[in-house]
Design a binder for this molecule. Sequence first.
Ligand SMILES: Cc1cc2nc3c(=O)[nH]c(=O)nc-3n(C[C@H](O)[C@H](O)[C@H](O)COP(=O)(O)OP(=O)(O)OC[C@H]3O[C@@H](n4cnc5c(N)ncnc54)[C@H](O)[C@@H]3O)c2cc1C
Ligand SMILES: NC(=O)c1ccc[n+]([C@@H]2O[C@H](COP(=O)([O-])OP(=O)(O)OC[C@H]3O[C@@H](n4cnc5c(N)ncnc54)[C@H](O)[C@@H]3O)[C@@H](O)[C@H]2O)c1
Length: 463
Amino acid sequence: MSSKYDFIILGSGTTAFAAACKASSLGARVLMVEQSKLGGTCVNWGCVPSKTLIHKAKEFYAAVRSAPFGINLRAEEPDYALLMQAKIKAVEDLRREHYQQVLDADERIEVLRGHGRFLSPRELQVGAEVLVHDKFLIATGGTPRSLRLPGLVEAGYLNSYSALNLPAFPASLLIIGGGVVAVEMGQMFARFGTRVTIVERGDRLLKEFDARLVALFAEILHDEGVELIYNFEATEVRREGEQVCLHGRTSQGEGDCCLRAERILLAVGTAPASTDIGLEETGVARDEGGFISVDEEMRTNVAGIWAAGDVTGPPLIAPSGAREGEVAAENMLNPAAHRRIDHRTTPMAVFVDPELAMVGISSAQARAAGKAVVETFLPLDRVAKAHVMGGRRGGFVLCAERGSGRILGAQALAPRAADLIHEATLAVRFGLSVHDLAETVHVYPTIADGLRLAAVENLRHQP
Ligand SMILES: Cc1cc2nc3c(=O)[nH]c(=O)nc-3n(C[C@H](O)[C@H](O)[C@H](O)COP(=O)(O)OP(=O)(O)OC[C@H]3O[C@@H](n4cnc5c(N)ncnc54)[C@H](O)[C@@H]3O)c2cc1C
Ligand SMILES: NC(=O)c1ccc[n+]([C@@H]2O[C@H](COP(=O)([O-])OP(=O)(O)OC[C@H]3O[C@@H](n4cnc5c(N)ncnc54)[C@H](O)[C@@H]3O)[C@@H](O)[C@H]2O)c1
């Protein structure tokens, strides 16, 4: 028995790390087993490198587009090598300061390097060592999902990791999928000069978001030169010299077509890292997508094994994994604690420009749950700050209970929406109403004042 530790964590990503820190803060000792880089997807291959380049693309684009406002900057070609250096610096600084130094300063958390694989519910093999324990937390995350498409492997393709490590910006890029990765990376590459086409099998982008906001954002993408193709069924990939050709058809019955580009990027979701960890030796149950099934306390169906983060399914975002990790740690150390995860007030954002953000539920979800609601849409041009900034396409959606005015959900397509969604998050979490929000004085001129105006608008439609 590895009794030196209170429990053992498989992985060292955002989820594992949050669980380890929570355990340590409660006086416990834990071991994380990591096969790759400390910190996992978010800091090494996901949030941090992508957001660093997305931020630079936004600044580059703002400089290029500032001439109509009288700021005459001459844009040279972006310097790819310096951009990559900035990305690497952000990743390395954050990995060192937010992960390595935290570990160095905390003697209760240790890391064992190697691939972990269960031999039984009580034994985890890591290299030549077998760790025996009665408490394990699986936080192995996921990897970019692939597609079984004839010719794809032979033709070569990028995923969200490798797309951020290219030797240069490609001249053209075909992105399969119209979700978060596709729009964030698609806009970023387009702003650096790549000709981008996004093909989505559904009838729109970002299906979790309000259709009006997404339609406005799709217009923005289109105006920036990104081609959007919906209802596209990819059938085959072929290499044609320096180009790849994606064959497919649309449901409009336009017959087979071939889309050509220098590179193809797959952005079709996340595959859970649950297949190569010996789960079959433990009896831990997974759902049809391969995600580990857990209850609200992050327990699997096998006593002594908990799981949290991306490997357990949506929401597949770093802070929700971190919270799940903390909940799991508390329950593992004290089963009587019965901490529960509740993602109803977990916000999320898409780092496009302007940003998209959401929290809580939409009117459709509220109605499906039997709630009578008032939902209002406030166009961004009603907000003074949007005129000051010069970008007026966007809006706010506010969903409130009919009668009480209790705020159930909010979404925004606006500059800094990822920051201002937290005001709505507090409102949803603590049961504030549109009256409360409408009567709260906001700084003028700010984009956040749009939330207040959306509340005023909502009040007008309340009985
Ligand atoms: C391109 C991209 C951009 C993203 N941007 C954002 C964003 O802006 N905001 C946001 O909130 N989220 C974002 N995400 C999602 C976010 O990165 C994930 O939700 C988060 O990293 C999941 O954390 P995790 O700890 O559950 O898993 P991971 O971070 O994937 O960590 C799992 C760890 O376990 C290790 N591991 C796996 N199997 C084993 C094994 N058998 N033995 C030992 N170690 C193992 C892995 O090496 C890895 O280090 C993004 C994702 C991608 C791909
Ligand atoms: N800002 C953020 O928080 C952030 C940023 C990037 C990634 N992430 C996380 O990473 C995960 C992965 O992102 P993603 O964009 O790959 O997945 P996603 O689930 O967001 O989108 C996948 C899209 O691909 C489409 N698709 C699937 N198969 C297809 C096919 N054969 N042809 C055409 N389209 C197809 C789906 O309809 C969907 O629209 C997300 O779940 C997200 O939570 C988060």
